[in-house]
Design a protein around this ligand. Sequence first.
Ligand code: 3HC
Length: 343
Amino acid sequence: MITYRIQGHPVPVPEQAPPPQEGPEYEARLAEFEARIARGEKIEPTDWMPEEYRRQLIRMISQHAHSEIVGMLPEGKWIPHAPTLRRKLILIAKVQDEGGHGQLLYRAAETLGISREEMIEAFLAGKAKYSVVFNYPTPTWADVAAIGLLIDGAAVVNQLMLAQGSYGPYARAMKRICYEESFHIKQGYDAFVALATGTPAQRQMIQEAVNRWWYPALMLFGPPDRDSVHTPTLLRWRIKTKTNDQLRQEFVDQYAPMVLRLGLTIPDPNLRYDPETGHWRFSEPDWEEFWRVIKGDGPCNAERMAVRRRAHEEGRWVREALTAKAAQRTNGGGNGRYAVAGL
Ligand code: 3HC
């Protein structure tokens, strides 16, 4: 029995045998469910929901959580090499935040009846995805600045939309995460401007980082709508309220002028402002590269998965000790052979 909290009150989520997904009773319940969605109501874990709604949410939220945890790696490698103590402290805080976001999202996914162990085993077995953007290298400090501004900026465009979504625990997690992501963007912009207005070598470093991260930032929003197999369902039940292409356009409209105003260039010869539409025209990413990296053939896929598998293995003893301690407490204490000092 999974228990979760609404506003701090523990609410057990009954083990649900999947209800029938056809027939008159299902149709009536689906009609009421979709009326609730149309009224803008939040769906909570113990409410009736179509199994496809539950499945889509487990897929999206768990992959979002995996992305947050893997997303710690590209920047985390720069913590020992940050140029100043101030930058080091800021980066430590940011990377810790990403780990916390992952835990918050695993928790949100658990309210749908899947265990954290199942989600993490699927990820470690390569059966669950994480965002392609984290399979690119971070060869210089400027990549930390570019990630902070462009990748976290793209993430916030996406997550502000998700915070309007119909599933209560996910929408509430998004609101909490977006507060912290705004700090991530500010720290990225601060480091970005320091380099863009610095020495010629610093300007070149940040320009090379923009060239590396512009298209991965566009990829964060997913494939083009024409190839997005999940968007119609996600929009129907307001899990998402905008399409991948709409969000990508929002991101380019916000961030292209921000980068250009600093006197830097964007690696897109077709990029230009269209005064008739009020939007920026831009080139799409290389979708063959996008799908190739999703399938595991990116610059850092193997490295990222190896690090995550090693961390999971090295942390096994902690999980076992905590599980043993919890079992001891459940069985009324005693000097079970698993008594572990200090836990
Ligand atoms: N990276 C990896 N896989 C991707 C992807 C991406 N950027 N975009 C799409 N895919 C996968 C989908 O998961 C799906 O595969 P699946 O059926 O095995 O799950 C397939 O490609 C088809 O894509 P769709 O467009 O049909 O899928 P979605 O409608 O779900 O759109 C999405 C993809 C935009 C990632 C959407 O799932 C989403 O918004 N997810 C929640 C947010 C999220 O996961 N963000 C990841 C960034 S992490 C982050 O923001 C951390 C911050 O601190 C930087």
